[in-house]
Every structure is written in C-alpha cells, then in structure tokens.
Design a protein around this ligand. Structure first.
Ligand code: AMP
Ligand code: TRP
Length: 333
C-alpha cells in the first residue's frame, strides 16, 4: 500500500488554478490508483503564518472542506481533516525546526517572495513554514505528495530533513516523492499571463474563483488578455495569453494542444473564448450546486470528525517513535 497526502491552505477563495493544479489531480489519483491510503487536509496552521482575520479563517476552513468534496473527493476513499485538529503536526513541526538549518530555510523561494510582500512584520513561522510542511508529510509515512510546481522546493527540503533525521537517529521516516502533474501545474493570470493565477491578486479579473458567479466567469474569460495575432496556437513564449487559455481548455476536456489548434483553425479568439467559457461553466456549475448542499450540513462535520480520528490514530503512533528516537520525555513503550 502506498500513502498519499496533500494539503491546501484555507486562505480565501479557491481559484481555477487550485482546482486544475491540485484538487482535480487529487480526484484523478483517488479514482485511478489502486491500493492507496489517501489523506487530504486543510492547512490552517500554515495559513496563520500570515495574519488572518479569525472569523474569515473559520469560514474558509469549512468552505475549503466543502469545495474538496464538491469537486469530487470521495470521503469513502479519502481521509479529509483539518490540520490543527491533529495536534501532532505542531509537535513534529517543532522537532523539524530542531534539525532544519536557518540557511536552508532562507533559501526557499516562497519565503523570499512572501517576505517581500509582507514587509511590515514577517513572522518567525513564515520562515519555519517548510519545517511544518515536512512534519505534515513525514508524520504519516507518506510515499507520494501531489502538489503544484511551486511546492517542489519544499518537497526537496522535506526529503533532506527525513534523510538527515534517519541518518542521525536511525531509520524513522519514509522519504517522500513529489507528484507533479504536467498539465495544470501552472495556470497563469488572465490579465498578466506571465504571472501565476493567484487568489491574492488584487485584480479580481486575474483569476476565476471556483465559487464565482457564472456570469462573472463568462466575463473574466472574455476579458482575458491574448494578443493581436488572432490564431489559436500554443506558444508559451510568444503567445502566453492564448497558451494559458489553451492549457485550461486542455485540462478540462482532455484534448491535446494539437487537437485544439486543429479545432479552431481559421477561427478567431472570440469563438474559442465562448466555447471555453461554456466548458468551464459546465464543469463548475455542478461543483457549486454540491457545495451549496454541503456547506451547512451535518454530513460535512461527520466527514471531518472521521478524518481527524483516523489521522490522530496514525500520528500518535508515529510520534511515540519519534519521541523515543530524540530521547525526550520518558520512554514510551
Ligand atoms: P495555494 O493557493 O498557494 O495555497 O496552493 C494550493 C495548491 O494549489 C498547491 O498545490 C499549488 O501548487 C496549487 N496552485 C495554486 N495556484 C496555482 C496555479 N495558478 N496553477 C496551478 N496550481 C496552482
Ligand atoms: N504549502 C502548501 C501550499 O501552500 C500546502 C501544504 C502544507 C502542503 N502542508 C503540505 C501540501 C503537505 C502538501 C503536503 O500549497
């Protein structure tokens, strides 16, 4: 049996980038892989490395849980839980800080980016965040971690920390592998296709939210930046706008870039965009309907309770071993 684990931060709206780059892949893996144990969590401890409004955070945690299931994660196949409800994440996160070096943390690209954006008061946890992420993964003997391209460096660090711990204290952790799907790995902004589509973009036209109003989605796709050349052709370097829209099209339909080029040969961007809007809306509408059914349901709480209990069971067993390896406290039999 292989264990898979991944998490997303509950920091506001879930974008089409999150959906295509992360959640849709989780659903695919859940359905296609056999003999797996799949844990998916809501990374609320990661979210508070940047100041959050407590009320909004609570709302976003529940919302992300409902989005996961509405997008097709099946609670009978995946254990869904909230990170902070399994206390061992913070405990092992601290221990990872005890073996991680400041230098290697300061080299993380995401830290450097976020530090630039949050000049007034960078928290200590923003720097040590990859230690917590390593803990999330190593706590469960995870073999495979499906993530977007931007998380690759954190995965490398996780591997380094696992190897370091194992060689210092004896074999304890499984060294995980990242799984990065090639398509959808990087969906770009609709306004500036050289930048990643991000929910923190101040311009709302730059991203599509999975819970956006249907008309809004139509308008955002219509307004997406392209070029003056007018041919539907995949060329990331010279035609980043249309290439990005083609990658969304391809992720949604399974058609290759060549298929799409052939289909729109001699046709303009307007027709392509109208079709793309319809494709996106057809996929998102049922997700929104399911979301509305779930968001205030008892069922959602039961799913999160079950996930928490299962994760806690695994995490406690692992932590007993890690505490013994470190030699802290009294020996746990
Ligand atoms: P974040 O929104 O940064 O917390 O990311 C949550 C997950 O979605 C991670 O696995 C990211 O790699 C993925 N993700 C976020 N934005 C994009 C994007 N524009 N394209 C593809 N994947 C993304
Ligand atoms: N750091 C990830 C992100 O920002 C979220 C995350 C936290 C995660 N812990 C994880 C992803 C463990 C995979 C495995 O997207």
């Amino acid at each position: 049996m292989k264990r898979l684990l991944s998490g997303i931060q509950p920091t506001g709206i879930i974008t089409l980038g999150n959906y295509l780059g992360a959640i849709k892949n989780f659903v695919k893996l859940q359905n296609e892989l056999e003999d797996i144990d799949f844990l998916v969590f809501i990374a609320d401890l990661h979210a508070i490395t940047i100041p959050q409004d407590p009320q909004a955070l609570r709302k976003n945690i529940k919302s992300l849980a409902a989005v996961y299931i509405a997008c097709g994660l099946d609670p009978s196949k995946v254990h869904l839980f909230i990170q902070s409800e399994v206390l061992e994440h913070a405990e092992l996160g601290y221990m990872m800080q005890c073996i991680g070096g400041i230098g290697e943390l300061e080299r993380m690209t995401q830290y450097k980016d976020k530090k630039k954006r949050h000049v007034e008061g960078v928290t200590t946890a923003l720097l040590t965040y990859p230690c917590l992420m390593a803990a999330d993964i190593l706590l469960y003997d995870t073999n495979i971690v499906p993530v977007g391209e931007d998380q690759k460096q954190h995965l490398e660090l996780t591997r380094d920390l696992a190897i370091r711990f194992n060689s210092k204290f004896g074999d304890t952790f499984v060294v995980p592998e990242p799984y990065i799907a090639d398509k959808g790995a990087r969906i770009m902004s609709l306004i500036d296709p050289t930048k990643k589509m991000s929910k923190s973009d101040p311009n709302h036209k730059a991203y599509i939210g999975i819970l956006d109003d249907i008309n809004q989605i139509k308008n955002k796709i219509k307004g997406a930046v392209t070029d003056l050349d007018g041919t539907v052709k995949y060329d990331e370097e010279n035609k980043p706008g249309i290439s990005n829209l083609m990658s969304i099209y391809s992720c949604m339909t399974g058609l290759s870039y060549e298929d799409i080029e052939a289909k729109y040969n001699g046709k303009g961007y307007a027709e392509f965009k109208t079709d793309l809007a319809e494709i996106v809306i057809n996929e998102i509408k049922p997700i929104q309907e399911k979301y509305n059914e779930l968001i205030n349901s008892k069922e959602l709480d039961e799913i999160l309770d079950n996930g928490r209990d299962y994760a806690t069971y695994l995490a406690r067993k692992k932590m007993a071993k890690v505490r013994n390896r470190f030699g802290i406290g009294r020996k746990i039999k």
